[in-house]
Design a protein around this ligand. Structure first.
Ligand code: ATP
Ligand code: MG
Length: 559
């Protein structure tokens, strides 16, 4: 039990054990402190999958009294941008983690990678290869057949040094030559068959400009980045498992033999009814299927933030999903659960009507307005109470009235009595219809004896409805979001089909206490869901609300 509790506090969940085991084992040996890193490539916005990695890396460092670096893995000049660098820093901070003074850029080690490469050449462990990409594929072999050695493999050290120098000097076009590690073309692991470690790319880099026209490959640069920064545990996702022997080779050949970084793989997060692939997310933005990277339906951190998720709820989610080696799809309703759990005692509850039906209380004086005191959150008395006006003309939710009630309908119907939250009992006496037979007005009487809080105990009613006083209600926009995708596009068999009902825009009539709401404030709309005041579209005189989550999740995967 104590063990379990401890796990929960770490951000690792109950299945995170195997990483703990590795770390504890290492700490028993020569290692004194652990050092992890979160290494995003600044080529897109962070999403909830990255949050899992952030919580894991910073969480482990916090738990074991170690450190965690934020490192921009920016060795690829083509797709990277400062816009992403800034958004990533903002998102990591917002999630509640602190890299202190340890902000690094992989591009600042370009000279170091180059020196390691030259050293490998000098020791006969790397060579310049003139095979084209296609020829290299042919030479590489397959899982079942060994590869063939490149005809350039046995160039002399002098020739290799000269050619590599000239690659660096910009003498050769893109793709004409590469630098390859000389390992083993017969290795059962294809990653070890003389992998390319440098390529030519005449491209401007977002931090180093045109200083370089040769760039290191990920599998060469990443282990060096970790080793240079003294990383002890390099945690990455499963697809790098087969690259681990190469990771270890690079670290060792570069001479980092004392407490070398140890690569540990875990399964990446996939979620139902959304998409996590950066390429697919970018396509949604570029094809205007969503309102930018921070569209409240997006699984990006900025999207979740705008939608109204709290950092606490996302960290809680990352703890609950745990860490394992088996890829799996997490049900999106778990994230819904986490935000409800976080907000249930934090958010003030207000009354808002989204599909209004007018109720007229015939025996209530026409010009009377009575202020009723209603608690802000029944689960949390510390949130106090507020005044809500009651008058002769109210709005209730259209679905809370049925002219011919079905069985077990305990809400308003002709001749039936219900309680209005925080106010009085009312009984329906009559309905008014338009020319098409639609109910446009419901007439009721109220019983002054039944005032809420007066101690009335005369009779029970089954239904309690929320309501607003029509004259004082504040009109606002309510955006009701649902899961973005109908299918699970991150599944191998999944398809990219937008949920046609992922956004519904309504006019909400809200009790006047809402006038004081500020951008970013969160509320529960009673009996409906949790909402946030949108930070972008809200203006001085018009509130726009995003529904964070309904009170109950009902959506299931369906195509
Ligand atoms: P790319 O295909 O562009 O490399 P990426 O999703 O791997 O995309 P990175 O910026 O390289 O993006 O990721 C930074 C870190 O976040 C990496 O350590 C990566 O393993 C981790 N990460 C990315 N996606 C997920 C995910 N869905 N679940 C868990 N960790 C993830
Ligand atoms: Mg990556």
């Amino acid at each position: 039990m104590a063990e379990e509790k401890n796990m929960e506090a770490t951000g690792l969940g109950a299945t995170g054990n195997f990483i703990h085991n590795y770390i504890q084992e290492d700490l028993k040996g020569e290692l004194n402190k652990i050092h992890t890193r979160f290494p995003p490539e600044p080529n897109g916005y962070l999403h909830i999958g990255h949050a899992k990695s952030i919580c894991l890396n910073f969480g482990l460092a916090n738990l074991y009294g170690g450190k965690c670096n934020l490192r921009f893995d920016d060795t690829n000049p083509s797709k990277e941008d400062m816009e992403y660098v800034e958004s990533i820093m903002e998102d990591v901070k917002w999630l509640g983690f602190d890299w202190e003074d340890r902000l690094y850029y992989a591009s600042s080690y370009f000279q170091k990678y180059y020196e390691v490469a030259v050293d490998l050449i000098k020791r006969g462990k790397a060579f310049v290869c003139d095979l084209t990409a296609e020829e290299m594929r042919e030479y590489r072999g397959t899982l079942n057949t060994p590869g063939k050695e490149s005809p350039y493999r046995n160039r002399s050290v002098e020739e290799n040094l000269d050619l590599f120098e000239r690659m660096k000097a910009g003498e050769f076009p893109d793709g004409s030559r590469t630098l390859r590690a000389k390992i083993d073309m017969a290795s059962p692991n294809i990653n070890m068959r003389d992998p390319v470690i440098y390529r030519i790319a005449h491209a401007t880099h977002h931090t180093t400009g045109d200083a370089w026209c040769i760039y290191p490959m990920y599998d060469f640069a990443h282990p060096l980045e970790d080793a240079i920064e003294g990383i002890t545990h390099s945690i990455c996702t499963m697809e790098f498992e087969d690259h681990r022997p190469l990771y270890d080779w690079v670290v060792r050949e570069a001479g980092y033999t004392e407490n070398p970084p140890r690569q540990i793989e875990f399964a990446r997060l996939g979620m139902t009814n959304t998409v996590m692939s950066k390429r697919k997310l970018r396509a949604l933005v570029e094809n205007n299927l969503v309102d930018g990277w921070d569209d409240p339906r997006m699984p990006t951190i900025c999207g979740l933030r705008r939608r109204g998720y709290t950092p606490e709820s996302i960290r809680d989610f990352c703890e609950r999903i745990g860490v394992s080696k088996a890829n799996s799809m997490v049900d999106s309703t778990l994230l819904d659960y986490c935000i409800r759990d976080d907000l249930k005692a934090k958010a003030k509850v207000v009354m808002a009507v989204l599909d209004p039906l007018k109720v007229i209380i015939d025996n209530y004086a026409e010009d009377q307005v009575e202020m009723l005191t209603i608690e802000n959150n029944p689960e949390n008395p510390e949130l106090g109470s507020r005044e809500v006006p009651f008058s002769r003309e109210l709005y209730i939710e259209r679905e809370d009235f049925m002219e011919e009630p079905v069985k077990k309908f305990f809400r308003l119907a002709p001749g039936k009595e219900v309680r209005l939250k925080g106010a009085y009992f009312i009984t329906c006496t009559d309905v008014v219809k338009d020319a098409n037979g639609n109910v446009v007005e419901v007439h009721c009487t109220y019983d002054p004896e039944t005032k809420s809080g007066s101690g009335f105990e005369g009779r029970k009613v089954k239904g309690t409805l929320h309501w607003v006083s029509a004259a004082q209600a504040v009109e606002a926009t309510a955006r009701l979001y649902d899961y973005m995708m109908l299918d699970n596009p991150d599944d191998p068999s999944g398809e990219m089909i937008m949920n046609p009902n992922s956004l519904e825009v309504k006019t909400a009539f809200i009790e006047p206490s809402i006038q004081h709401a500020k951008k970013g404030d969160r509320f529960q709309f009673m009996r409906n869901g949790y909402y946030i005041v949108d930070t972008k579209d809200t203006t001085e005189d018009h509130l726009v609300f995003n529904r964070i989550v309904p009170l109950k999740s009902s959506f299931k995967v369906s195509k």
